[in-house]
Design a protein around this ligand. Structure first.
Ligand SMILES: [Fe+2]
Ligand SMILES: [Fe+2]
Length: 471
């Protein structure tokens, strides 16, 4: 039977929920038309749509106009007799309804995650106009429609489990606006402008990757509907990270190629992006994304873990974690002191759960840096890109209000302000990058500043017509 909202939650048997979601649907669509990709809404895009959770079903490829995309609600199927596997309630059956004592916390977790999904679509809404190729244009829209589906996934939880509050939260998700002074999005990285494609790749590399770790932590949740929803979202998220990591990789490759060709190593004469600007974008987006993990020493993190609401990355893996209660261990943290020194302090492990999650994230980022650096080596270049220190340029947590260079050395505000233009993109850098952003809509052609991808999407050739422009 054709359902207006594709789902695997038996929506047609739950009239109350179905009605609520059918009422929310037109509001979502008008938000999409107003704040989603500008232009291109009548074009045929070669998109992947989730139509079921079975192995082949979640990746169905076809041409579709974005407003006709079938945004659906899909949860990973339940596991029989699943139990809470960490924290104070370890061994108890998982919750299929919101436990009253954690209602406030769960609502906050879900709304915060949900808010990032439409926010990123808003941040990226103008990028189609300057896409470096049809392949990239298609990937941008794929990411956008899937963030829309992630919003649906979270709104399902709000409508199904949080009654009237949930309905109000679902409406508010469509009224806040990224970067708006009066009604901003909840988290700061989601209010930052993403004005050019290097920023888009840095965003999908570093900020979407925070999303992967947050979703993975929630996929361990004792609140089973949240665990199953986020588990399925992770399958789509992998592509977003691919777009970011290979996107920067292709920019690095193009730059490396031209550095070899140019006499003085200056690639700007060829319309490519110099390595030092790429490094500044890495510095900017890595530090902004670290803020998304929250405070290094956090009582909220301890509460969420103790309650069984949010676990560690792959918490169920007993080889990774011997102790799933985490009451006895400590975490060592370098805390800044007044005398411009770092003091090593021990904090209870539960309060450091944001750090534990972040450590895995940083390792994951290091792996991408190694790949980019191996491209530079491939071209015989000695230059290397790096991740800045986790203390550099922070606005949340224990390093906020202190100043560090990218190596992590504590410096004065004056020193920071003096050197800032070497570490973070300047107006001039943004202007240079944006001067390169000219659209390339001819199948198989690439803009001057980026190398072609290694292969196409879904076994299609690179010069496949991934977007058929409406006449
Ligand atoms: Fe998402
Ligand atoms: Fe994403």
């Amino acid at each position: 039977m054709f359902e207006s909202i594709p789902n695997n939650v038996n929506l047609s048997d739950n009239k109350r929920l179905q009605r609520a979601l059918e009422q929310w649907q037109p509001d979502f669509l008008s938000w999409w038309m107003e704040m989603g990709p500008e232009g291109f809404q009548q074009d045929q895009i070669y998109l992947r749509t989730a139509i079921s959770v079975e192995a082949g079903g979640w990746a169905h490829f076809d041409y579709v106009k974005m407003p006709d995309y079938r945004w659906g609600i899909f949860l990973t199927p339940p596991t029989q007799d699943r139990r809470i596997h960490f924290g104070d309630n370890i061994g108890e059956p998982v919750w299929n309804e919101v436990p009253g004592e954690f209602r406030k916390e769960l609502r906050r977790i879900i709304v915060t995650q949900a808010d990032t999904e439409p926010a990123s679509v808003e941040q990226q809404r103008l990028l189609g106009k300057t896409a470096p190729s049809l392949y990239d244009l298609r990937n941008l829209f794929q990411v956008n429609v899937e963030e829309g589906r992630h919003l649906w996934a979270m709104v399902y939880l709000l409508h199904q489990f949080f009654g009237r509050d949930g309905r109000e939260e679902a409406e508010d998700l469509l009224t806040r606006r990224s970067g708006n002074a009066d009604t901003p999005r909840i988290l700061e990285a989601f209010n930052k402008p993403v004005n050019d494609w290097l920023a888009f790749f840095a965003f999908t590399m570093f900020t979407d990757r925070d999303g992967k770790y947050q979703l993975a932590a929630l996929a361990e949740s004792g609140f089973d509907p949240l665990a199953r929803t986020t588990q399925f979202m992770l399958t789509e998220e992998a592509h977003h990270l691919f777009v970011g990591e290979t996107g920067i990789g292709r920019v690095v490759r193009r730059t490396a190629e031209l550095m070899r060709q140019s006499k003085n190593g200056d690639v700007s004469e060829f319309g490519a992006i110099p390595l030092d600007i790429i490094q500044k974008y890495i510095n900017e987006w890595f530090s902004a994304s670290l803020d998304l993990f929250g405070g290094e020493d956090s009582s909220n993190a301890a509460t969420f873990f103790g309650a069984g609401l949010k676990g560690r990355f792959r918490e169920a893996d007993d080889k990774k974690y011997r102790d799933h209660v985490a009451l006895d261990d400590i975490y060592q943290l370098d805390v800044p002191s007044e005398e411009m020194l770092l003091k090593r302090e021990e904090i209870p492990l539960r309060r450091a759960m944001n750090m534990v999650l972040r450590d895995g994230y940083v390792e994951d980022c290091e792996r991408a840096l190694e790949r980019w650096n191996s491209i530079l080596k491939e071209y015989g270049l000695s230059e290397q890109l790096y991740l800045p220190s986790q203390r550099f340029n922070r606005s949340i947590g224990i390093y906020d209000g202190h100043y560090f260079d990218p190596k992590g050395e504590m410096i004065s505000k004056e020193q920071f302000d003096k050197s800032k233009s070497q570490w973070l993109p300047t107006e001039k850098d943004y202007q240079y990058v944006s001067s390169l952003m000219v659209p390339v809509y001819e199948p198989g052609k690439m803009a001057s500043w980026i190398a072609p991808p290694a292969k196409g999407i879904n076994h299609k050739p690179i010069d496949f017509e991934y977007v058929i422009r409406a006449k």
